[in-house]
Design a protein around this ligand. Structure first.
Ligand SMILES: Nc1ncnc2c1ncn2[C@@H]1O[C@H](COP(=O)(O)OP(=O)(O)OP(=O)(O)O)[C@@H](O)[C@H]1O
Ligand SMILES: Nc1nc2c(c(=O)[nH]1)N[C@H]1C(S)=C(S)[C@@H](COP(=O)(O)O)O[C@H]1N2
Length: 214
């Protein structure tokens, strides 16, 4: 596979290259200000203890544009993780899951299942979110790398809810958020070693996969 001229080069071996894609007809056309990308960044900045670089895209609910954006962020820029927000519901214009599956090498159904479990504790309409997660391989060999792509719902507050999970008033975690599984998934894809602030989100790894502190 030939490397794209746009390919990002890590400033540090542990730097996470993270695509953030807000999918909203109204935010992308200026009817309201986009809150999707600021919410994603605010949560990730508070949760990550290892370096991260963001690439941001604000686009309309248009399936070819969504697939093209995901392909660009994965194949051309080399993102390890791509989070989308919006367009997962049942409305006619909601096509994010279809556009994500169209670029998938492998489906990761556990993320969508867990997000709906979490979100049902917040809103009964969580059942209406068709969010999916997939892995997209950049090429045919492991050295080409891969991206984990996860759809989140469009409500800005749903971003923290699904990534972090549900807590009791005293802060005790009742339902773990999906981000707990993201660092190990990226590690299995031979991406960077991502570490989190355990008070925000404890990343789960089997003992054998934990890197000794240097
Ligand atoms: N990017 C965004 N910025 C701010 N608020 C948003 C954004 N996306 C969604 N919302 C809010 O969450 C609600 C549900 O999100 P959903 O993705 O279903 O949007 P929608 O109703 O299809 O409209 P649109 O795609 O034009 O944002 C929206 O009606 C809006 O109030
Ligand atoms: N955590 C959480 N999940 C949620 C919601 C929410 O407010 N919080 N809204 C639900 C609603 S009302 C819809 S229609 C679906 C799809 O939303 P989307 O089209 O904005 O992606 O997500 C659902 N999931």
């Amino acid at each position: 596979m030939t490397t794209s001229a746009k390919r990002l080069v890590r400033n540090h071996p542990d730097e996470l290259l993270c695509g953030l894609v807000s999918i909203s007809d109204r935010a992308s056309s200026g009817v309201y200000a986009d809150e999707g990308i600021p919410s994603l960044k605010a949560w990730l900045d508070g949760a990550l203890r290892t370096p991260v670089r963001y690439v941001e895209r604000l686009i309309a609910d248009d399936a070819p544009a969504i697939s093209a954006t995901l392909t660009e962020l994965c194949d051309e820029l080399g993102c390890d993780l791509i989070l989308t927000t919006g367009g997962t519901g049942p409305a006619r214009r909601d096509v994010t899951p279809e556009a994500t599956l169209a670029v998938a090498s492998k489906e990761m159904p556990g993320f969508g299942e867990q997000m709906r479990q979490i979100s049902l504790r917040f809103v009964p309409t969580a059942i209406l979110s068709r969010q999916v997660a997939v892995i997209r391989e950049r090429g045919t060999s492991a050295a080409d790398g891969a991206a984990l792509i996860i759809n989140l719902p469009g409500q800005p507050k749903a971003i923290r809810e699904t990534l972090e999970g549900l807590r009791e008033a005293d802060g005790k975690l009742v339902v773990p958020g999906i981000f707990a599984a993201v660092p190990y998934c990226i590690q299995l894809l031979e991406g960077p070693y991502v570490e989190t602030d355990e008070t925000v989100c404890k990343a789960f790894r089997p003992k054998t996969a934990i890197r000794p502190a240097s």
